[in-house]
Each structure stands twice: as C-alpha cells, then as structure tokens.
Ligand binder design. Structure first.
Ligand code: HEM
Length: 508
C-alpha cells in the first residue's frame, strides 16, 4: 500500500515538473498498450535482479538490437530530397512515357551519394557521386539511377564486383589502398577516361547542388507506334558546376565532413530550391554504328550529338525521416515504364539484375511496398507473401489467367523487338577505343585544372609501389595525351621515355 501511495506521489510530482502537459501523447509499447514507466526496469525488490516479465524492457532492447539493416554494398553514404519534375517539351514522337507528356508534373525522390566508403564516411572523398531519381509516374515508378560523371570505369558487368573489391578498404587493413585499385585498373585500359574525370576536381564536388547528373548508358525511347531510338540522359545543374580542389577538400573535411548533406538540407530549409534541367541525346538505331567507337560502350560519351530538353526538376522538401525515406529507398535500373527500355549496353544489362536482387537482400522481397518505394498507381499482380508483407490483397484467386477474377494484359505494353542474328559469344567489343576521349577531356580542361588533375592523380599513383602497375597506368594516361602522361611521369619522378615506349605499344 505504501508503495502504491509513494508511486502515486512520484507520478504527481513528475507531472508537475514535467515540461509536457497531459496533452502530450501517451507513451506505448509496440502493441499500443500504454506504459507506466520508461525510466526504471522491473526488478525483484529494489536491489534484486531484473524480471523477465518486463516486456517493455525486452521489447525496447530487442528493437534497438535490430536497428541496423545492411548498408548498400556501394553508395552507402547519401542524402535524399523530395521534389517535382515538370515536362516541358512535346517528345511524343520519341517516347510514349507519360512522364514526358508536356506540362505533366511528376513527384520525385532523389538520393545523392558517394560510392565506395560506408555510411557516415566523409563526403569530401574523391569518388563519383550517385544521382538517383525516382519518378512516381502515372504508369508506375521510373528510376533513373545515374552518376555525376557521364561515363563509367568498365563496360561489362562481369567486372563490377572485382572492381569494387579493389576500390573498397583492403581485407587485411580495412584501409583503401591505391596499390590495390591501380593493380586492378592496370588491366583495364578502358578505365582511363573515367579515372581522368574522377581525378579531376569533378571527383570532389562542392556540394550535391553543384553537379550535373548522367544516366551514363544508352537507354531506348519507344514511341506509341513502337519506333525505337537510343538515348542518353543528362541532368544539368541550374546552380552551376562547382568543385573543390584537393587542398580545399582537405580543408572542408577538417571542418565539416558532412558538407554536401548540410549544404543541400540547409538550402531547402532556406527555400533556395535546387533545380536541374533534364536533356536527352538521341540516336536512331542505324546511327549507332557511325562512330569509330561503340555507341553502347558505357566508357564513352556521344560527342556532337545534339541535346533535347525534356523538363526541369526542383527539389523542395527534406525527408522527415532519413531511415524510412533515404535509407529504405530502393532505386533500380529495372524500374522502367512503358516508353523507356534498357539498351544492349553490357554494363546496363548487369545492373538491370543487380539492384533489384541486392534490394531483396537489403530490404526484403517486399521492398517496393515501403511507402518511399510504392508506386502512386496500384501494383496489381500475384506476387505474394514473403517477409514483411504489408500489401493489400484479398480474394481466392492468386494466379493468372483466371475466369473467376480476370486481369487485363494489354499487348501495347509489350517490349520493343530487337532484330538478331549470329551466335552467342563471350568476347570484347569490336571498337574499344580506350584512350581518345580521355585525351579529349584532358585537353578540354583549363590549364589550372589540368595541373590539379595531375596533382590529384600523382598523389595516389605515387603511393603505388609496384613499378609495373605504375608504368602501365602512366602509359594509359600518356596514350590519352602525351603532355598529360609526361606531366604525370614528371610529378612521380618516373622515366618519360619508358612510359612513351609502352604507350606506343598499346592498341587504340
Ligand atoms: C547503387 C550495382 C554500375 C549508380 C548500387 C547498388 C548495387 C549496384 C548493388 C546498391 C543498391 C541498393 O542497395 O539499393 C552496380 C553494378 C554496376 C553498377 C552491378 C555495373 C554492372 C553503376 C553505374 C552507375 C551506378 C554505371 C551510374 C550510372 C549507382 C547509384 C547507386 C548505386 C547512383 C545508389 C542508388 C541509391 O542512392 O540508392 N549499384 N552498379 N552504378 N549505383 Fe550502381
């Protein structure tokens, strides 16, 4: 009795000194039952052991023990924002995709990221930046999962896990090591273009607002008549491109290693909503062969192909809950809508499988039922059950076709047809042209930025102890542009004549 009286007094005192009035919501357990005490565990007597019947304590610890889900295997460090995309041109001759019907406003969620290091790693590190956009369109969700740079390191998905292993922290030390990733890249001459871009100041953007985005691959646009065109997507920042030099990145990192997230979140809070315009370059199927490189090779840009503006995206709302929105968002190049299809690009073909697969592991088979991933139109099919199923389905028919509960399947939505001939093969592409665009990019940089690129690259390449790896890499950069390779070799104290003779032996 005395115990009950003293706890009633304690409750009354707590109510008096509590900053919350009785209008505050009642604290409950997960089953909704109201809680009487969230500060003291139940014990057997004042000094006795804790009781198994303290179901609140057990539930609180169990939930805490399970708060983490696997990080994304790449692009773990990121930040997201909501917004809207407004289509501005009539491109119905190119694509039937409703998102591009002139004047259509489509809600979007964007996640920006770095690639290699874990969640909470510094945003100042040299890396491509992810630029993934989920368009909640009237015909389902379309994800444009791109990067800030317009090209990629490799051109075949079979190399991706090895490449990422080499770039990730070393298994023995847990530290990223240029000796490992340049060892890998010294076997991949096609990486010369991407390495040249990543080691330029574009590899350290001043913030996510100040970078462009690129779909990188060719996709297919298909119009209502079934006509196919190949397209590359490009986001152009209306804030302009601004990057950090190597020394600036180090200085920013010393003060604020979340600089890019802070910049985006604060700008949106200030109502300075960042905007990007979306453009496509278009090639007819017959034009794919017109270059002296392979137009479906993800290590290449399409120089000189005009751009058509599709619309403008504005990011205007920060997430209310980072875990539920940014972390649980699941972008996949396989999330396509009628009018947009994958091209035959061998890197994209692998991505079309890999993202949905990893998300079934990271978030579970029902990842697309989570609010951030749900389409704004009903998903109607007989995929069922599995862990964490919260979908609304009723009825006895969970198969198709059925007379009892028929579902419509419209042949208009079949994918386009690709003419084929020949036999299956495993071989490299016919026109690799590994170096030319890297040289063109180098020569397009102003003199100071060329110097920054050489200093950035020399900083990492200079750590490579294996002479064979170093000279191989130098010969690639020399092959791209002799002045570029010479400047690098000089910065490293390596022998230019040896680099030049190796470069001369390289095929284009
Ligand atoms: C994330 C695989 C190439 C952009 C991911 C994830 C995987 C992956 C497994 C984690 C997804 C998740 O957990 O939700 C691959 C494979 C590639 C490849 C196998 C090549 C075969 C690329 C390329 C780009 C790119 C070429 C750019 C065009 C991204 C972005 C994310 C991502 C932006 C983060 C998406 C987000 O913010 O959630 N990638 N990737 N990846 N990848 Fe790739």
């Amino acid at each position: 009795e005395r115990g009950a009286a003293s706890s009633a007094i304690a409750f009354a005192i707590a109510a008096l000194i509590s900053p919350f009035t009785s209008a505050a919501p009642q604290l409950t357990r997960d089953n909704g039952a109201p809680l009487g005490d969230n500060q003291n565990s139940q014990t057997a007597g004042q000094n006795g052991p804790t009781l198994l019947q303290d179901v609140h304590l057990l539930q609180k610890l169990q939930r805490f023990d399970r708060e983490r889900i696997p990080d994304r295997v790449v692009h773990a460090r990121g930040t997201g924002a909501h917004g809207v995309f407004v289509a501005s041109s009539d491109v119905s001759a190119l694509t039937r995709a409703k998102v591009f019907t002139k004047g259509t406003e489509t809600p979007v969620f964007v996640r920006f990221s770095t690639v290699i290091h874990g969640n909470h790693s510094p945003e100042t590190l040299r890396d491509p930046r992810g630029f993934a956009t989920k368009f909640y369109t009237g015909e389902g969700n379309w994800d444009l999962v791109g990067n800030n740079l317009p090209i990629f390191f490799i051109r075949d998905a079979v190399k991706f896990p090895d490449m990422v292993h080499s770039l990730k922290p070393a298994p023995e030390t847990n530290v990223q090591d240029p000796n490992r990733f340049f060892d890998f890249f010294s076997h991949q001459p096609e990486s010369t273009h991407m390495l040249t871009q990543v080691y330029s100041d574009l590899g350290t953007p001043k913030g996510y607002r100040f970078m462009d985005g690129n779909g990188v691959h060719a996709y297919k646009f298909v119009n209502a008549a079934g006509t196919v065109n190949y397209v590359k997507f490009h986001w152009k920042s209306l804030q302009g491109i601004q990057s950090l030099t190597g020394p600036e990145a180090s200085a920013v990192q010393g003060k604020d290693f979340n600089h890019a997230t802070n910049d985006l979140v604060d700008a949106i809070k200030r109502k300075e909503f960042p905007r990007w315009e979306l453009y496509v370059q278009v090639l007819k199927p017959a034009e794919l062969g017109k270059f002296d490189f392979d137009a479906l090779d993800a290590t290449k840009i399409w120089p000189g192909v005009p751009e058509t503006k599709l619309g403008t995206m504005t990011l205007n709302r920060n997430p209310a809950n980072i875990f539920q929105e940014t972390e649980q968002s699941a972008f996949a190049p396989s999330n396509l809508v009628p009018g947009i299809e994958p091209s035959e690009d061998k890197l994209l073909q692998g991505r079309v499988f890999s993202y949905a697969d990893t998300q079934m592991y990271r978030l579970g088979p029902n990842a697309l039922q989570l609010p951030i991933n749900q389409p704004r139109v009903a998903a109607v099919n007989h995929h069922q059950d599995g862990a964490m199923n919260a979908g609304k389905r009723a009825g006895n028919v969970n198969y198709e076709p059925s007379r009892q509960s028929p579902l419509a399947v419209n042949p208009d939505f079949k994918s386009s047809q690709l003419p084929l001939s020949g036999s299956t093969v495993q071989q490299r592409i016919a026109k690799p042209q590994n170096f030319r665009q890297a040289g063109e990019f180098y020569r397009s940089l102003p003199a100071q930025q060329q110097k920054n690129l050489v200093a950035n690259l020399a900083g990492d390449l200079g750590q490579v102890k294996d002479e064979e790896v170093r000279y191989m890499m130098l010969s690639y950069f020399y092959k791209a542009d002799a002045a570029y390779g010479t400047a690098l070799a000089a910065a490293l104290g390596d022998k230019v004549a040896q680099v030049a003779s190796r470069a001369a032996a390289l095929a284009d």
